[in-house]
Design a protein around this ligand. Structure first.
Ligand code: GLY
Ligand code: MN
Ligand code: MN
Length: 430
């Protein structure tokens, strides 16, 4: 559990960085509606990170230079007639107490109350995100401030994204956050281990999916962190295969990419194994190349190493493996430079993991590599995919039929520690 004191500390840390600026964060707008049916609400991760508040139609303002109120919230007021339809609300009074705001207003008062927190700010911090409607609200306020600038001689002349300040913070996980992630991963490990026992020829992919997601909810997870991929046979070559509707066969590999979200912290784990318990010789060869690529890539996860080294290492092992099989030919440097391996390995080897599955934060700093630091969590997920229609790059060897229909990915969640790394998802065998 993340305690209120931690949210408070995050806001203090952020406010120290914005100085005389004001930062605005918007909640996710509302649940997704499909023809009057509400689908799951999912809070905006930045908003959640600084407030812990899990309701829609809310705004958080950080104004460290304001005389009285440094942390202000706008929330939906308590209104039983509405709550009876859409669920409980915290309301204005309780939000102040529960979330430690200096002042809380009903969201309907945003236009009236917001300007006082912007008028003396030297800079406005807001990320122009996907929420076009709220972007317009912020722009409208900014224009009004600009109009009044000559009279006051104060107001934010610059607009800066909150990402550059907040996302480096989010990238380094606190002990409490790591606890949440360990829990998400532990539940997901349990689900993967059960799925492997459960899967057998004749069952359908969705039956395995059902077992996995049952375990997620049984253990208090919110549900899948992303649509579960349960891909047997040649379906394993489709990266985001989510139909999960095929019957599994004795000779199939089964690729399961599934992880749960626990208190909004995510796991992201992939395993590939033979449905009938035995690899064919070709499956085994491909599997072992991917496994070795992953082993060597994970070994690169340590503080001080460039992030890109994880991917570069995996790519090299995969290429050497494919060359040994005669599926790639020529000069290794050239294969890398011209990405001739891409028909078989078309994605990156991982991503940051946290409150978002593809978590925030940069992977490169302009000309400079991004250097790994303790507290970051990355996925390491190399794969090889030889689909029924995979076409080699021109000039590269044709694909013998026996390799087709084999897709393997192995994905673990790895914490950068002060001495190296810890594979958080090691509980699922490879
Ligand atoms: N399951 C999403 C990913 O591996 O990135
Ligand atoms: Mn992933
Ligand atoms: Mn995944």
């Amino acid at each position: 559990m993340i305690l209120q004191i931690e949210y408070h500390q995050r806001r203090e840390q952020l406010m120290a960085k914005i100085g005389k600026g004001t930062a605005i964060f918007h909640s996710a707008p509302t649940s997704v509606m499909h023809n009057t049916v509400e689908y799951n609400f999912r809070q905006d991760s930045d908003f959640y990170y600084i407030t812990g508040f899990n309701e829609p139609k809310a705004v958080a303002v950080l104004a460290p230079h304001h005389e009285e109120h440094h942390f202000v919230m706008f929330v939906q007021p308590k209104e039983w007639e509405k709550e009876v339809w859409s669920g409980y609300r915290t309301g204005v009074e309780a939000a102040k107490e529960k979330y430690g705001a200096d002042e809380v207003y009903p969201i309907a008062e945003l236009d009236e109350k917001l300007p006082q927190y912007l008028e003396k700010a030297e800079r406005l911090y807001y990320h122009m995100g996907r929420d076009r409607h709220f972007n317009d609200v912020v722009i409208k306020h900014w224009q009004q401030l600009m109009a009044g600038y000559p009279k006051r001689g104060t107001g934010p002349m610059a607009l800066e994204s909150t990402n550059t300040i907040l996302h480096p913070m989010r990238q380094l996980k606190s002990p409490a956050e790591l606890e949440m992630m360990r829990q998400a991963i532990a539940i997901s490990v349990k689900a993967h281990n059960h799925a492997r026992e459960f899967a057998q020829p004749g069952l359908y992919e969705y039956q395995v999916q059902a077992e996995i997601e049952h375990i997620f909810r049984q253990h208090g997870a919110l549900g899948p962190a992303y649509p579960s991929i349960v891909a047997s046979g040649a379906n394993s070559c489709i990266l985001h295969y989510v139909e999960n509707n095929q019957q599994m066969q004795e000779q199939d590999l089964l690729l399961i990419d599934a992880g749960c979200s626990y208190g909004y912290y995510n796991a992201d784990i992939t395993r590939t194994f033979p449905v009938g318990g035995h690899f064919t010789p070709e499956q085994k060869i491909i599997y072992e190349i991917v496994l070795e690529a992953q082993r060597q890539a994970i070994a690169q996860v340590k503080p001080g190493n460039p992030y890109s080294q994880i991917h570069d290492t995996a790519v090299l092992v995969l290429i050497e493996g494919l060359m040994a099989l005669g599926l790639l030919a020529g000069d290794v440097e050239e294969i890398i430079k011209e990405e001739k391996y891409k028909p078989y390995y078309m994605h990156r080897t991982g991503h940051w993991l946290g409150l978002d599955v593809h978590d925030c934060g940069v992977y490169q700093q302009g000309e400079n590599p991004l250097i790994l630091q303790p507290g970051q969590v990355v996925t390491v997920e190399p794969g090889l995919y030889i689909g029924s229609e995979t076409k080699p790059v021109e000039g590269q060897p044709e694909i013998p039929e026996r390799w087709r229909g084999i897709g393997v990915r192995i994905e673990d969640d790895v914490l950068v520690t002060s001495s190296g790394h810890e594979v958080l998802s090691a509980g699922v065998p490879k």
